[in-house]
Design a protein. Structure first.
Length: 433
């Protein structure tokens, strides 16, 4: 028999065949959910290293979980931020308001008042508490699920709704997808639909702040799915190389639309462990524990302010609702996940803590929730006077061509005329042009 040529993979080759691993989520619709594989350490069990420590001193923390609120609803351990009851009630209030806002805007989309909305249910602490730990003029570069920051920073709610309705009050003139807010006055960088672009932008801004001798730091929020983007890795490299005063917050809510976190690497290691390869300080936090979220962000902010370097924080949480109003999670994940999720609900946990320390009760909570819902309803009505989707009260059509060139070039003038003519045919005399 002729010899098989050296190096060929001819038929009958008995060398092991190569194969790929394609991640598959543990639970699909209808499956019984068992989260017992998730390690939930005791609240207060993690040590709190010095804010200026060398990243090598905290390697293990990339695989742990900083938790403050225990099963007994008390605050435990070195990470307890020891906030006074008024501050805790404020935190709870911002989270309740964020939830009420989400509820109303979601319904508004179902009623056809806007084309699109995204809730952050179950993740409120990762924006509200983290934002409270920063200075009001620290520059934030969020993703689309951090509406809690704007609520915490006191951004007028009517501006948010005007933007969502793309109406004539929308400061962004209907040029952004609903919920992609922007506010220079609130140090809130324009949200981009192109995932992870905000991460190198945050690092660049932080570098510029340091180069100018400013004292403001930057913080960015990015979904765990989005950390698979190259931009995130460039951001980590620049952050570590130049010791940029920046905080990289990864919101690991387990899902990226219908792709579970395994597709971004969660089966292999934690997202906090990304920090190790770059020599960044990094650790994992219970993202449904409002006190842990606050303490973690404050630790990182103090570190950045002390010129001790950037920090990568993984907030371990769960996206309790669909990705957006365009999504239906019952098609790809088990409905039991939400109820079985071992870290509970951030609003309930903070409320229970306040009750446990004698600073709150269920009646007051009910009143707070009601007032939040009433407030959102009132502001929604005000915003509706500026128009809702498809009712013509948007910015004049011609403005679509403005604000890019100081002097509109001839070809855009032509296009503008043509577009307005077509519009006039479609809606004769009916619209402000
Ligand atoms: C560069 C880029 N790729 C893909 C998309 C489409 N997309 C929008 S949101 C999303 C999921 C992101 O998931 P994750 O980063 O985990 O954030 P989450 O929605 O869970 O907050 C995808 C794939 C996009 N907007 N931009
Ligand atoms: Mg996600």
């Amino acid at each position: 028999m002729a010899e098989r040529p050296e190096g060929s993979a001819a038929e009958g080759d008995n060398r092991p065949k190569l194969s790929l691993h394609v991640p598959e989520p543990k639970f699909r619709p209808g499956d019984t959910v068992d989260f017992s594989h998730i390690n939930v350490p005791e609240a207060g069990s993690m040590a709190r290293p010095d804010e200026t420590c060398d990243p090598s001193e905290m390697r293990d923390m990339a695989f742990g979980l900083v938790r403050v609120l225990g099963e007994d609803n008390q605050a435990h351990g070195a990470w307890n931020p020891k906030l006074d009851p008024d501050t805790l009630r404020k935190m709870l209030g911002h989270m309740a308001m964020t939830r009420a806002f989400d509820e109303r805007m979601f319904r508004g989309q179902r009623q056809g008042k806007t084309s699109f909305y995204m809730k952050c249910t179950g993740e409120e602490a990762t924006s509200v508490s983290a934002s409270m730990a920063l200075a009001a003029d620290d520059m934030v570069f969020p993703s689309y699920r951090q509406q809690g920051i704007l609520i915490q920073r006191g951004y007028p709610m009517i501006e948010m709704i005007n933007q969502i309705y793309s109406n004539k009050g929308d400061k962004l003139k209907g040029r952004q997808l609903p919920i992609m807010y922007s506010s220079r006055e609130h140090s809130f960088f324009t949200i981009s639909g192109n995932l992870a672009t905000q991460t190198p932008q945050a690092v660049g801004w932080a570098m510029a702040s340091a180069m100018k001798g400013d004292s403001r730091i930057a913080a960015t929020w990015v979904g765990e799915g989005s950390t698979a983007e190259g931009d995130f890795h460039s951001a980590c490299t620049f952050a570590t190389v130049y010791n940029a005063p920046v905080i990289l917050n990864i919101i690991n809510n387990q899902w990226a639309i219908s792709s579970f976190s395994g597709f971004a690497g969660a089966e292999r290691t934690t997202f906090a462990a990304r920090a190790l390869g770059y020599g960044l300080a990094g650790f994992r936090v219970d993202g449904n524990d409002a006190l842990a979220c606050y303490a973690a962000e404050r630790w990182a902010a103090n570190r950045a302010r002390a010129n001790a370097g950037p920090t990568l924080i993984e907030f371990f949480t769960y996206r309790a609702e669909g990705h957006s109003t365009s999504d239906d999670p019952t098609g790809y994940r088990s409905a039991q996940e939400r109820t079985e999720w071992p870290l509970g609900d951030p609003v309930t946990r903070l409320k229970d803590h306040l009750i446990a320390i004698g600073e709150w009760d269920e009646d007051r909570q009910e009143k707070m929730d009601l007032e939040a819902a009433e407030h959102v309803k009132k502001v929604t009505k005000e915003a509706e006077a500026n128009g809702i989707l498809g009712h013509g009260l948007h910015h004049p059509f011609r403005t679509m061509f403005e604000d890019v060139f100081e002097e509109l070039p001839w070809h855009l003038k032509e296009q503008s005329k043509q577009a307005i003519r077509e519009r006039e045919i479609k809606f004769p005399g009916g619209l402000d042009q």
